[in-house]
Design a protein around this ligand. Sequence first.
Ligand SMILES: Cc1ncc(COP(=O)(O)O)c(C=O)c1O
Length: 349
Amino acid sequence: MEYSISISVQTERQVKDTKSIPFGLQPTEHMFIAEYRDGQWQDSRIMPFTNLSMSPLALCLHYGQTVFEGMKAFMMEDGSVNIFRPDKHYDRFTKSLDRMCMPHVPKDLFMEALHQLVQLDASWVPSESDGSLYIRPFMIATEDRIGVKISDEYLFMIVCTPAYQYYSKPLKVKVEDKYVRAAEGGTGFAKCGGNYGASFYPTKLAKEQGYDQVLWTDSKNHEFIEESGTMNVMFVIDGTLLTPPLSGTILDGITRDSLLTIAQEKGIKTEVRPIRHKEIIDALASGKRVEAFGAGTAAVIAPIEVIAVGGKEYTCYLGEDALMYQLANDLLAIRKGHQPDNHNWNYIV
Ligand SMILES: Cc1ncc(COP(=O)(O)O)c(C=O)c1O
């Protein structure tokens, strides 16, 4: 089915110098919005970015029926704009929506909205090597009713913001041994708002102790490593790339999947298996070279310098020849069109 999207364009167009603006503060000039009513998506439109108006009774404000995605568009060497792996983002969005009892967005509508919006605001895609356009599709429950129930009405929207380097320095992370982000059977694999709100308090405590992020562990024994902040975690020990499996409690990261694929193609050994934090700490304590890093759309890779467990700190390898930098460069090279895109990851607008 073809969806018709009406477009009203900002009359006085202006692209700001966005490099100095912190991540997430500067929306581009337009946004996409569609309304779900009477079991159907309707009134799909692209319009100048503006505030929403909704009833204080809207269900999303009370019971957390919200889901979002985060993906990026890159300026290619030839000046075209490339949205990275929108199919996989769409699939994850749909899984998150199912878990939160929210209606699917038809793929045609999702892709058409994405395409039209990014095309219209293409001049906002930074051309610098560390720049990209961060794209945030999201859905919220809008039925006006105080009462714990599945909403009958929703808004699906897409907004964009220019993005540059996310973390300015390597991270210090703390192995979390008290709080949990997600438990089996919960919503850990979904990108729903509640997962993030619930992670703030333990992260705030870690920051007060001098750390940037917590390294989440399993909810039963705090023994196995899960993920960190808005990133999956990966390690390199003895030349092998290690990462925890998708157990249902962590997000199926598109960056994680891309880096695993690139590593395998380079002939690097990869292991996707449960990883005890003790295994990593033992390797570090024995003087082994251990690379640790977060992998996610916003940061791409975020090198981890220090891992703390039980108040003791261990230092990871950050040398220039670290494998994580090579993998990140390869990923960037595919996104920018400097290396072939063998998996059809690039969607050229
Ligand atoms: C909790 C969490 N884990 C992992 C990731 C990394 O996923 P991706 O690489 O798709 O951005 C994200 C970011 O979306 C996240 O929010």
